[in-house]
Design a protein around this ligand. Structure first.
Ligand code: C2E
Ligand code: CA
Ligand code: CA
Ligand code: CA
Length: 278
């Protein structure tokens, strides 16, 4: 038994070493990716359920690693947050989204709102970038950009979150609360912050058509959100049955593979934007 325990110990340290090594490589590679701007944005349509129209898109970052291929943001964003690389990445995402929004407006006269994910780390420590963002945003038409934040941020009492959100809103930005339902904030608590959209997490959407209590929960969220002046976006919609149910409970918007996976900007334009008639 002792022998076994020792072996296990060895195995454990080896794998920890491997993990540490792997992580260091990832940090190095991420740093050079930032330097060479090796990222792209994909856009996933957000569909207005009542009209069936695509009025919004969520921008999702993509990193094509020269050896490893696509690395998921779920893997590298936390590393970027730990190393401070998130500031450069977040600024790139923001600039890119603003550029894309302007280009689509010019080319198509399109009023597609682009949503970007803003890491709580970035929100907390962005320093002077905050004012740069506000300046950039003030030059954009209102409602062109939406910022997605998560519940954890609102519960952080060390930060003037509501003041910052107000400043963004004054600059014409809308605010979405991402992954709603996975954290601890109550709807009543959200009222303190001016939030435009609640995004129901995909873990709730997943079995909305098969789990009655889940359906009741989503319905209650929609009713309450509407009472509080917010609109609701359901994430991770994968089937027609889920979409139908969401429409039935008065959910405002839906996003997910049922409509489309995230696509390139070019693909997005060819699928959802029409050239303006001259
Ligand atoms: P998120 O903000 O919750 O984004 C939704 C994720 O769900 C995306 O994964 C999207 O591709 C995926 N998804 C969309 N529809 C479906 C569906 O029907 N079924 C399933 N199973 N998944 C669906 P992705 O692009 O891999 O991003 C993962 C997470 O990484 C995001 O979760 C977000 O937290 C983070 N992230 C992505 N891009 C950025 C970014 O530019 N900045 C920051 N700070 N975080 C980002
Ligand atoms: Ca999001
Ligand atoms: Ca989400
Ligand atoms: Ca998320």
């Amino acid at each position: 038994a002792k022998e076994q325990g020792r072996n296990r110990y060895h195995y454990f340290t080896d794998s920890m070493q491997q993990q540490a090594h792997y992580r260091m490589r990832l940090i190095q590679d991420l740093r050079s990716a930032v330097e060479s701007c090796a990222f792209q944005l994909s856009y996933q349509p957000i569909v207005e359920l009542k009209s069936g129209q695509v009025t919004k898109a969520e921008a999702l970052i993509r990193w094509h690693h020269p050896q490893r291929g696509q690395v998921s943001p779920a893997e590298f964003i936390p590393v970027a947050e730990d190393t401070g690389l998130i500031f450069a990445i977040g600024n790139w995402v923001f600039q890119q989204a603003v550029k894309q929004s302007a280009q689509w407006r010019e080319q198509f006269g399109a009023e597609v709102q682009i949503s970007i994910n803003k890491s709580p780390v970035q929100f907390r420590d962005e320093g002077s970038h905050f004012h740069e963002w506000l300046q950039t945003l003030q030059q954009q038409p209102d409602g062109g950009i939406c910022i997605e934040i998560t519940e954890g941020l609102l519960l952080d009492t060390n930060m003037p979150v509501s003041e910052k959100l107000l400043a963004y809103r004054d600059a014409g930005v809308q605010v979405s609360l991402d992954d709603f339902g996975t954290g601890y904030s109550s709807l009543a608590y959200l009222k303190k912050f001016d939030i435009d959209y609640l995004k129901i997490d995909q873990s709730f959407t997943k079995n909305i058509d098969s789990d009655a209590s889940n359906q009741t929960l989503c319905e209650a969220i929609v009713v309450m959100a509407h009472k509080l002046g917010m609109k609701v976006i359901a994430e991770g919609v994968e089937t027609a049955a889920q979409a139908a149910l969401l429409q039935q409970i008065n959910c405002d918007y839906a996003q997910g593979y049922f409509y489309s996976k995230p696509v390139s900007a070019i693909e997005f334009a060819s699928l959802y934007l029409q050239p303006t008639a001259i």
